[in-house]
Design a binder for this molecule. Structure first.
Ligand code: KIV
Ligand code: ZN
Length: 518
């Protein structure tokens, strides 16, 4: 990708679907990934890292399908330095209008010695071979030095120079373990600009992890030092403490343009929608005080602040809620609203669904409107996202009845599931109604997962609000989050547990993360 004429243009590289998905519990299925890719493309993200094709058949398919539908963003796949990884990646991204292969290898003494068990000379040769090989498949090749921030400067300069000479057009410097601090990380980027003779032939990128809470600060400092691509994720999702949060990066660039005079292509008004979708799909709820997308980010509780806000919003608000796509809760429709109005509302909320999906969503909307007098935008978003979350599930909820109360009877659940086309039923008791439901599901699916988290939150206000339930299950060291939404908290709980089980089915086929290290 060329820097064009605008030397202050910063490229936004989103890795929610790759590094983000590597966070424990955050696995996503194909339709969820496609939906997120579509939202990222609409937002104006320059490069979408869609996955790690060698990791599993599912990862390959997701990258491949995203490559077929995304037109405006570059679609990128990740590959270690081996031929087989690069070839699999090349095949996956091939259908894209613009494709990129992102290949990486560790360069720090610690990683080379203990993880790779390779000499620096072998690593240097692998850099040249992998980039050359990737360039045989596409003109757009990115090379990353894993653990770059802990790499010796001489060796870093040498590998970066060789990667560029072999044809890499983007050089990514990761702070893989989130160890760097801003002045040091900025100086590292500056050092590369001063010492690597062919550095002007590549875009310099940064990829910062948030272990010390410095990922965004490190990324912005790197841009000040000359980097022109930032790798980031929605809601800061990612390995361990996550990656630099895209919403924070682009809002800092927008709000503090006076101090950070750089441009980018992201439509910030789409941030809230993207954040909600990623949170729903992964089950990673956003902390209320999270910058930009937290529920309290634009809330003013104290009297002094409220008074100031009424006099002039700028007293306590450095950016407007509208600039991140946050609008007042709007009453949308009730049970008399028709199909046409519903279709229009979906378009207004940014959904572009096929006829069948609209049909399903409309039916669910009507069911909801029967139960709930006021249907808000948030309800529609929860309902449609819930349908997306569930669209490819092998195990589906057919019906549920729960008996519980103050009489001293053990709570009882009667539940039917459809498993791969067969309907099965169970009736069980439990320590509480939710426990009874989960026991029934376990009985029918003969699964032995460990429940790590059960969490409920209301989509809107009021006692008729939809409940959004998150369930986290663990099996053999792999964790997944399932989601369910319904006005009935018990039904939402069953849906969330079943959704998590469906995700475990996908996750079982994935290669263990440790085996994926370069
Ligand atoms: O954190 C890291 O180093 C990575 C690389 C693969 C870019 O995710
Ligand atoms: Zn990473």
């Amino acid at each position: 990708m060329s820097n064009g004429t605008d030397s202050n243009r910063v490229y936004i590289f989103d890795t929610t679907l790759r590094d983000g998905e590597q966070s424990p519990g955050a696995s996503m299925n194909l339709s969820e990934k496609l939906r997120i890719a579509e939202v990222l493309e609409d937002m104006g993200v320059d490069i979408i890292e869609a996955g790690f094709p060698i990791a599993s058949e599912g990862d390959f398919e997701a990258v491949n399908e995203i490559a077929k539908v995304v037109k405006d963003s570059v679609v990128c796949g990740l590959a270690r330095s081996s031929r087989i990884d690069i070839e699999r990646c090349a095949e996956a991204v091939k259908p894209a209008a613009r494709s990129r292969i992102h290949t990486f290898i560790s360069t720090s003494p610690l990683h080379m010695k203990f993880k790779l068990q390779l000499d620096p000379e072998d690593v240097h040769q692998a850099v040249i071979d992998s980039v050359t090989h990737a360039r045989n498949h596409t003109d757009d090749v990115e090379w990353s030095c894993e653990d770059g921030s802990r790499t010796e400067h001489d060796f870093l300069c040498r590998t970066v120079e060789s990667a560029i000479a072999a044809g890499a057009n983007t050089i990514n410097i990761p702070d893989t373990v989130g160890y760097a601090v801003p002045n040091e990380f900025g100086a590292l980027i500056e050092m590369l600009f001063n010492r690597v003779p062919n550095i002007d032939q590549a875009v310099i990128s940064v990829h910062c992890h948030n272990d010390l809470g410095l990922a965004v600060a490190n990324s912005l400092t790197a841009v000040n030092a000359g980097a022109r691509q930032i790798e980031c994720t929605i809601n800061g999702l990612g390995e361990r403490a996550g990656n630099a949060a895209m919403e924070e990066i682009v809002m800092a660039l927008r709000t503090r343009h006076d101090s950070l005079p750089f441009t980018n292509n992201v439509k910030t008004e789409q941030i809230t929608k993207a954040s909600k979708l990623v949170s729903t799909v992964t089950g990673f709820t956003v902390q209320p005080n999270k910058a930009i997308v937290g529920a309290n980010a634009f809330a003013h509780e104290s009297g002094i602040h409220q008074d100031g806000m009424l006099k002039n919003a700028q007293t306590y608000e450095i950016m407007t809620p509208e600039s991140v796509g946050l609008t007042e809760s709007k009453l949308v429709m009730g049970k008399h609203s028709g199909r046409h109005a519903f279709r229009q509302k979906l378009a207004e909320l940014g959904y572009d669904l096929g006829d069948n999906a609209i049909q399903d969503a409309f039916k669910r909307f009507k069911d909801l409107a029967d139960l709930k007098k006021d249907v808000f935008d948030e309800d529609i978003v929860a309902l449609v996202d819930d349908a997306v979350v569930r669209s490819n599930d092998t195990i589906q909820l057919v019906s549920l009845e729960v008996l519980c109360g103050t009489e001293h009877q053990p709570p009882r659940a009667r539940l039917s599931l459809n498993i791969d086309g067969d309907e099965v039923q169970a009736e069980t008791t439990g320590d509480g109604p939710v426990d009874a439901i989960f026991q029934a599901i376990k009985e029918l699916t003969s699964q032995k997962q460990h429940l790590q988290l059960y969490q409920v939150h209301a989509v809107t206000e009021g006692t008729d609000a939809q409940a959004e339930v998150t369930v986290r299950l663990e099996e053999n060291g792999k964790t997944v989050n399932g989601q369910g939404a319904d006005t009935d908290t018990m039904v939402a709980s069953a849906r969330a547990y079943i959704n998590a089980l469906n995700k475990l089915i996908i996750k079982r086929e994935k290669t263990a993360p440790a085996a994926l290290s370069a």
